[in-house]
Design a protein around this ligand. Sequence first.
Ligand code: ZN
Length: 1171
Amino acid sequence: MSVNQQAHAGPPYGQPQPGYQGYQQPAYGGQSLPGVPQSQYGAYNGPMPGYQQPVPPQGYFPSLGFPSKGSPVSLNSDTSSLAPNFIGSLRAPPTSGAPPPASGASHPSGHLAYSQFEHGDVQNGIPASAAPMQRPPAPQPFLPGSAPTPVSQISTFQQYGPPPGSVQQLRNHMAGMTIGGTAASAPPPAGLGYVSGSFSATGSGLHTPYSASQGPPPASVSEGLPLAQPPFPGHTVSTQRLPTQVPAFTPPPPSTGVAPSSYPPTTGAPRPPAMPGPPLPGQTVPAPPSSQPNHVSSPPPPPPPSTMAGLHPGPPMSGLHGPPPPTHPPQPGYQMQQNGSFGQMRGPQPNYGGAYPGAPNYGSPPGPPPPPKRLDPDSIPSPQLNELPPQQKPRHRIDPDAIPSPIQVIEDDRNNRGSEPFVTGVRGQVPPLVTTNFLVKDQGNASPRYIRCTSYNIPCTSDMAKQSQVPLAAVIKPLAALPPEETLPYLVDHGESGPVRCNRCKAYMCPFMQFIEGGRRFQCCFCSCVTEVPPHYFQHLDHTGKRVDYYDRPELSLGSYEFLATVDYCKNNKFPSPPAFIFMIDVSYNAVKSGLVRLICEELKSLLDYLPREGNMEESAIRVGFVTYNKVLHFYNVKSSLAQPQMMVVSDVADMFVPLLDGFLVNVNESRTVIASLLDQIPEMFADTRETETVFAPVIQAGLEALKAAECAGKLFIFHTSLPIAEAPGKLKNRDDRKLINTDKEKTLFQPQTSFYNNLAKDCVAQGCCVDLFLFPNQYLDVATLGVVPYQTGGSIYKYAYFQLETDQYRFLNDLRRDVQKEVGFDAVMRVRTSTGIRATDFFGAFYMSNTTDVEMAGLDCDKTITVEFKHDDKLSEDSGALLQCALLYTSCAGQRRLRIHNLSLNCCTQLADLYRNCETDTLINYLAKYAYRGVLSSPVKTVRDALINQCAQILACYRKNCASPSSAGQLILPECMKLLPVYLNCVLKSDVLQPGPEATTDDRAYIRQLVTSMDVAETNVFFYPRLLPLTKADVDSDSLPAAIRNSEERLSKGDIYLLENGLNIFVWVGVSVQQSLIQNLFGVSSFSQISNALSTLPVLENPFSKKVRSIVDMLQGQRSRYMKLIIVKQEDKLEMLFKHFLVEDKSLSGGASYVDFLCHMHKEIRQLLS
Ligand SMILES: [Zn+2]
């Protein structure tokens, strides 16, 4: 199934044609639903004796303007052991509810001077200053406009961009081009079009802390709001009801994993625009094939020739009986790292740091790989039986220490690659793992924080790709937050003419474009079309063919940058207004009784002072509005001129309209008094409510209508508690049925129960109305259906089951603060262009697609990823490689229209071994999980699981057959880069979506399913294979984390305390024999039995161990995009079952295989494929 099966209709977004009426989305193409946030398990109700005001999150990430430089927030000080998942931490919680100074907060002016774009930072190519420039002998007739000095054409192949690694292919279509000497004129003063002021790398850390001294004006609580009658009794509402559409959960077509034959035939001629760009007039988008191929459900390819014997034990292999000896010498080169087998260390990485310029291309095969080591499961000695706990009695005689260890791989990569920056100047370079903390230097390719690929060396032909079954996919996080040490993308302003683009495919200017004819034209690196350089953009070339202003222009020398968009890129050819935030609070009985309404209102009083700001702006441009609801909706007029807020009730929810325009969306500072008064009064007004029923769809419609009326994009923050059963559009019924699990109807649990929300989502996307949903259910509320709109609008869902004020408020408030403050773009459209030979065919994530190429998101924040799959439509060449360009058009939080561009160059190979040497298993798993999680909408989960296993077996069998040296078939040989594929795959198979544990509810599964679909690689990595740390081994005197251990019960000692985190939960497991002093130090109680597992935070105790553990917890919380729920688990306590569910190397209660068993199963599958 595909998200993009709809024929393109309507002009591409942003096309500068008159009368473009926003997005015209014919139909929703098939994205699936969302889930709901929060931890997947019920809360632990109980006393909260030790609730402590947790340590305020350190620092605060600047969710300000984009061109801001990093923040001063240092999330971790241990560079060796932390995952580089840079998530800005939150501001400290308000201590008094008092907001900071409303204005005049001094923002460190991080304004980045022009000179900060240092040449020294860009080392690829020959520095302009070093290139002797000669004035050309004769002027050229071609002198458009204000073009600089006449220049003679130059010559030679140009080495644009970073990687000198491969010969740039230059097809010179130019007639009359004189290939002369290396003449080039001296560069004219740089400056055309490159506005230095646009380098507004605003400082970060611009956030003022909450200040107790400057509170909001005292809220004058009145006796209730003047109740205004709905002003427009006979109001006819103009909401349009679109034809109901069947949710597009069409089953994935069986496919072959290659481009369908209906793809346009490829010819030698320049192909038609592969990925026509969003904007630009006159452009036509080719209709895609109506069905998308996919991998997972593909039938196995014809079995390879039987070259391997069946199962028979191979001879004992000396190198394989256990982990590598500690003295294992570093392998020369990197072949070992890429192509080894079990137990082998990841070898040293290529010398990427010093490789540039003129370095060899590490992406190409360095020579024959050394013979991989082999593991013969049948011949591996087992550990002594009596050393193992009873449940670990090996059935396969395999030593768990002899099979590939995630911990070892992660550790090796940290040691080998964590010390040097990752320099992106080399094509096809595999980045360090997501678990390695490293810095990135942009030298022409996008940072792996923005784009990660399943492979950095892709097969030249579709036949090879099909044979290997390795999916070609990129996980893209366009607005990713960066660590403070790295530079955010520069903003380039080309003035009224806008960005320079290829005439045909509309690709944006990038380091891989080749300038020819002395710089008067450039040849597109994506479609080969030759385009005139606009006069204002002309520049001379140096003797290498590189523009002399190469280093002065981010779009010529960097992998990632931004363009200021012109009005042509705006809806209706009108520059956008700043976005608005609308807070919509459920005030039904449950919400009031639990204290939630009061909590939200209290928090908003201070949080509103931290709305996202553009770079150096003193106050946020975002306007705010407020709605409360149960069965009816209450709108509030908070106009600054009012003495008191006014409420307007809309009880006709069948035809939602917004009863007031003026005074609904306001500036926080101007209406501060009125807003504060409103937030004080809301909890009082509904304190005695008896209303238990709620509506839901009308709430979204109300927000949507308000944004429409204000002609702006924005975000709705909806706080909701129950299944919307009140009579209204979008009314739902309880249809939960666990009996459907493991039946063919299980898929219906993941599907929305009505298509109403799909249509509503479409309207929301058209308006740029993003929905973030905070759910507080005490029972089933149908996350699969309620999540549709948040999911398709690029929003987020958070879920706090059985919300209890005492235990859950801190987690909720942290999530809310981060969600409100984080960097977000609105009205976003993303397109991925590719060079000839491959193209994007499938997309996964939280978005909407109305055609096959444009990913539309009402909102896109810094945490969201879009996974894109590519297929061949022609042959690729080893020389030219393959290029991706991701262009994201969006509106910033201040209403500025921008384009963010990310470029990435990959190698191409004719040998399968090169593919397997340059794969990234973490990214592969990210893709496979998303693929499988989409599959459950249309297929029984067993079918999905079997397809996953089959595909991975084919991947590994292909390696065995084509890349490994001949050996006994009884030996399992895994490619070095994929040696963790079996263990990680098993974790995906055992996850609650594909094989639910007894604790997982239907809502939990729908929630997880949606959450994973937007996760980046670091998040899926820790989600599927949680991090397990022995806290009692922590060095209290150092900043480092204790070394992680494998996720198996046999690794736990009953005398120790462990921490396990997976991005949603943090478990602290306490063994029964832990020393009394440790228990005292950590929990403040004197014995094991006194430890309360109702704690939601660790007590703040003044001793080194307590401080150390709390700092570890804080550090981990700071790395994750959601605040993790802390759960204390005592060994042999009933909660331990929950904890054991995450010991993913063990057999699971729900029937999931242990790692060892699964590895044997995979081995069997592989042998079957080979025989
Ligand atoms: Zn082009």
